[in-house]
Design a protein around this ligand. Structure first.
Ligand SMILES: Nc1nc2c(ncn2[C@@H]2O[C@H](COP(=O)(O)OP(=O)(O)OP(=O)(O)O)[C@@H](O)[C@H]2O)c(=O)[nH]1
Ligand SMILES: [Mg+2]
Length: 300
């Protein structure tokens, strides 16, 4: 595997070849990855998660954020977690088109990831990859996920700041409740605020926050029209204040707790031989008096 200093040198020069190769090695869990990861020395760069229903304007917003940050001389990394469902096949192409301005920019690294790695549905390398990005010289790190199911929402909850992007449309509030987006949001964005019912929708979110006991001081609601670049600076400010609040509250420990659980569970899962489990069930259920508790204890 490549030395972190060489990857960082490439990133500084706008050459992301070694980084891209290393990401593939981590995703494919090639030999030596475990030791490689234990030698990373990440900087405390907060991970920004951007989630929300399909087509809400997440990528357009990110393109706006990227534009502001690179103008300020920053290096930006964007991970796009592709929904694996064939229903969302168009998303990848859409992202490519919308973010095409930045695909070849020397300050911007963009990479698509498959969302379904192993059991559990999470991209199994999200934590590893964001930690790598924190170790090679990026100033801003963004992860885009589509908030369609619980697992995607969980991906978002691994971020230090989770931005939930919604659009003023009937039924969205129901979708938000169902998918648990209310619980993970650090910032709400009402995108497509050029639509006439935007204010009503914003009021609705505020009301729902109250019902869920979410403080309006802590969780900001930002109106944007991403396609026109409106509200991007408000969002940047909201992100910055959330990051300050996070530091004050020591929230990073909560995120580490969640990440640690994910990594430990993933490791335990890897040790489980699913084929053998299936065969053992086949054999065990033939006899009478099968008890699932004593059966599973053989695997603890
Ligand atoms: N009217 C209007 N359209 C917008 C706005 N922001 C984005 N769009 C459009 O909405 C569509 C979807 O935008 P994307 O940025 O691809 O949305 P997304 O949430 O990344 O979509 P997926 O990744 O497929 O889930 C595009 O056609 C955008 O041009 C906005 O503020 N107002
Ligand atoms: Mg997108």
């Amino acid at each position: 595997m490549f030395a972190v200093t060489d990857i960082a040198k490439g990133v500084a020069e706008g050459n992301f070849l070694l980084l891209a190769k290393t990401i593939s090695q981590i995703e494919n869990k090639v030999e030596g990855v475990d030791v490689y990861l234990t030698n990373l020395v990440p900087k405390a760069i907060p991970i920004i998660g951007i989630t929300g229903p399909p087509g809400a304007g997440k990528s357009t917003l990110i393109a706006g954020l990227v534009g502001e940050w690179i103008a300020a001389g920053k290096k930006v990394a964007v991970l796009l977690v592709d929904p694996s469902s064939p229903f969302h096949k168009g998303a990848i192409l859409g992202d490519r088109i919308r973010m095409k301005d930045w695909y070849l920019h020397p300050q911007v690294f963009i990479r698509s990831l498959a969302s379904r790695g192993h059991l559990g549905g999470l991209n199994s390398s999200m934590i590893e990859l964001t930690t790598l990005l924190q170790s090679v010289g990026f100033d801003q790190i963004i992860v885009e996920t589509v908030g369609v199911g619980q697992s995607e929402v969980e991906v978002a909850s691994l971020a230090d700041t989770t931005v939930v992007v919604l659009v003023p449309e009937a039924g969205d509030e129901v979708q938000m409740m169902k998918s648990g987006l209310m619980e993970v949001a650090d910032i709400f964005v009402v995108n497509k605020s050029d639509r006439p019912d935007a204010q009503t929708f914003t009021n609705h979110i505020r009301q729902m926050m109250m019902e869920h006991g979410v403080s309006a001081d802590l969780v900001k609601v930002v109106a944007t029209v991403a396609s026109q670049g409106l509200g991007i600076n408000d969002l940047i400010q909201a992100i910055a204040s959330h990051q300050i609040a996070n530091n004050v509250l020591g929230n990073y420990k909560k995120i580490i707790f969640t990440k640690a659980i994910q990594l430990i569970v993933a490791h335990k899962m890897q040790q489980l031989d699913l084929k053998k489990l299936e065969q053992d069930i086949e054999a065990a259920t033939i006899s009478e008096g099968f008890n699932i508790f004593s059966f599973t204890q053989n695997y603890f």
